[in-house]
Design a protein around this ligand. Structure first.
Ligand code: ATP
Ligand code: MG
Length: 292
């Protein structure tokens, strides 16, 4: 029976030693997990471009690439050879998060890159008691540096298209989940499963976890089905759906092959404008959450 992997979400894991921040440390960043177990819905595109937009309006942003595909790292122009330490090294406990972080071409936007090694993580730490808390533990000391401007105000975690141990680590470490939802016929199908997992993580690993919001992606105003999906999702999820929708925009899909966020590739295109609006809306929602 030794080979049976332990369940990913399990009670009794609250014995993780809490990290004690230094008295003069900056406040911890807001950690948002960009998650949806459905593939190709715009998670990575949203992490890259929302991260860039937040940085453009003055936030200090860290993207954590938690997908073995490494699309967020590649899409931000991070060469594979420069990934000295990756999120794999961080999660197996061989490097502090700080040592994996690389600057990007965008001021105030940094990334902790991933490599394919990450796909083996579940096998390696699947039976460890603290397996679901590896990211949370790694994030603990992030803002404890005394160097000016070395702290982050937002951390965006780009999750893989699965509800596996990596996504559970992101959910256990996050303040809230940001769900990209593609405007297509089956959009709502996976959402129920995702909400169930969020509830499960909330009741076992992270009682304060909330859904920050749902962002509708690849919206096509000329397509009747797209508008119907928008109406259905807004009816089903109400105020959780951001007002901003990300349109289907060819510039958004071209930008990653140049290793650039769309805001750098073409600042004036409708895709860039939408991600800037989304960043503003998220900051506004954050203020409301804090005031509440
Ligand atoms: N608004 C958009 N307009 C046009 N193309 C888009 C848009 N958003 C994403 N894409 C394209 O759709 C594809 C899937 O997007 P992305 O990689 O962001 O999804 P994902 O959810 O991260 O995928 P995975 O589940 O594989 O990680 C990519 O080729 C991307 O360039
Ligand atoms: Mg992705």
């Amino acid at each position: 029976m030794a080979d049976t992997p332990a369940p990913v979400v399990e009670e009794s894991e609250s014995q993780v030693v809490p990290f004690a921040p230094r008295a003069d440390a900056a406040p911890p960043p807001r950690v948002l997990a960009v998650a949806n177990q459905k593939g190709g819905v715009g998670k990575t595109t949203t992490a890259i471009n929302l991260g860039t937009a937040l940085a453009a309006i003055g936030e200090r942003v860290l993207i954590i690439d938690l997908d073995p595909q490494g699309n967020a790292s590649t899409g931000l122009g991070i060469d594979r050879r420069s990934r000295r330490f990756s999120t794999y090294d961080v999660l197996i406990g061989e490097a502090p998060l700080r040592d994996s972080i690389l600057a990007t071409a965008v001021p105030r936007l940094h990334i902790a890159p991933s490599t394919m090694d990450l796909s083996g993580l579940e096998l390696e730490i699947g039976t460890a008691r603290d397996r679901a808390f590896r990211l949370r533990t790694a994030l603990g000391p992030l803002n404890s540096s005394r160097a000016a401007g070395a702290d982050y105000t937002y951390v965006l975690v780009d999750c893989p298209p699965s509800l596996n141990l990596l996504t559970v680590n992101a959910m256990a470490a996050a303040n809230a989940i940001l769900v990209p939802l593609q405007c297509e016929f089956f959009a709502l199908e996976g959402l129920t499963q995702l909400i169930k997992t969020v509830d499960q993580v909330k009741s076992t690993l992270n009682p304060d976890l909330t859904i920050h919001g749902i962002v509708l992606t690849m919206y096509d105003a000329r397509n009747k089905l797209s508008s119907q999906v928008v109406a259905d999702v807004r009816q089903f999820m109400g105020g959780k759906v951001y007002d901003t929708m990300i349109p289907r925009n060819v510039r958004i899909s071209e930008a990653p092959s140049y290793g650039q966020p769309v805001l750098v590739y073409d600042l004036k295109c409708v895709g860039s404008e939408a991600y800037l609006r989304l960043a503003t809306e998220i900051i506004k929602r954050e203020k409301e959450l804090r005031a509440g």
